[in-house]
Write a protein that binds this ligand. Structure first.
Ligand code: XMP
Ligand code: MG
Length: 180
């Protein structure tokens, strides 16, 4: 599995330190407010698990599964709900947890949806931001790391459902996806 990786962009240690740091910020932000943490499946799962254990206040968790990629490397331009929340959003303080913002399409769809459902507040924390990929005007409130405009995998991020269990973020060798 490691042989498919061209280079490691962010190490396991850097990720752990960042989760602890962001957890402290979010603890201050949400202390006493009982936010609803919304994880965007499947990519945000490792990040959600790590960051939530660094947030030291009561919170509730739920999950949303949306898809716009269909296993490919480019967005299909459409977002569809694969799994909706079980929790009522009205009046809640939402913390959306994402693995990466690329085009921004997924998050602008989710933010619009949660506004329509009358959330009291909506904040986005994304482990990674790929600013060069942006086609919509969305911005995360909190970002862990900026990454260059390359396809990255690991720590939740996949290529054709592989590599999500790598403990670091790496760039895939082009020959793996038939690129150059
Ligand atoms: P958008 O374009 O809607 O993308 O902001 C968000 C979702 O697209 C996936 N994505 C990636 N997945 N490596 C991946 O493994 C990447 O470099 C990458 N860029 C975007 C991801 O699922 C994210 O939630
Ligand atoms: Mg995702």
């Amino acid at each position: 599995m490691n042989n498919d990786i061209k280079k490691i962009l962010i190490t396991e240690e850097q990720i752990a330190a960042k989760c602890a740091e962001l957890g402290r910020t979010l603890t201050e932000e949400y202390d006493g407010r009982f936010p609803l943490a919304v994880g965007v499946l499947k990519g945000a799962l490792p990040f959600m698990s790590d960051i939530l254990r660094s947030i030291h206040t009561y919170l509730e968790m739920d999950f949303m599964d949306v898809s716009s990629y269909d296993g490919q490397m480019r967005s299909s331009g459409e977002v569809k709900i694969v799994k909706d929340l079980d929790t009522k959003v009205e009046g809640r303080d939402l913390l959306i947890i994402e693995d990466i913002i690329d085009s921004g399409l997924t998050l602008s769809y989710l933010v619009d949806l949660f506004k329509y459902r009358k959330a009291n507040s909506i904040k986005i924390v994304s482990l990674l931001d790929k600013p060069d990929g942006r086609t919509s005007h969305i911005k995360a409130d909190i970002v862990g790391f900026d990454v260059p405009n390359e396809f990255v995998v690991g720590y939740g991020l996949d290529y054709a459902e592989k590599y999500r269990n790598l403990p670091y973020i790496g760039v895939l060798k082009p020959e793996i996806y038939g690129g150059t």
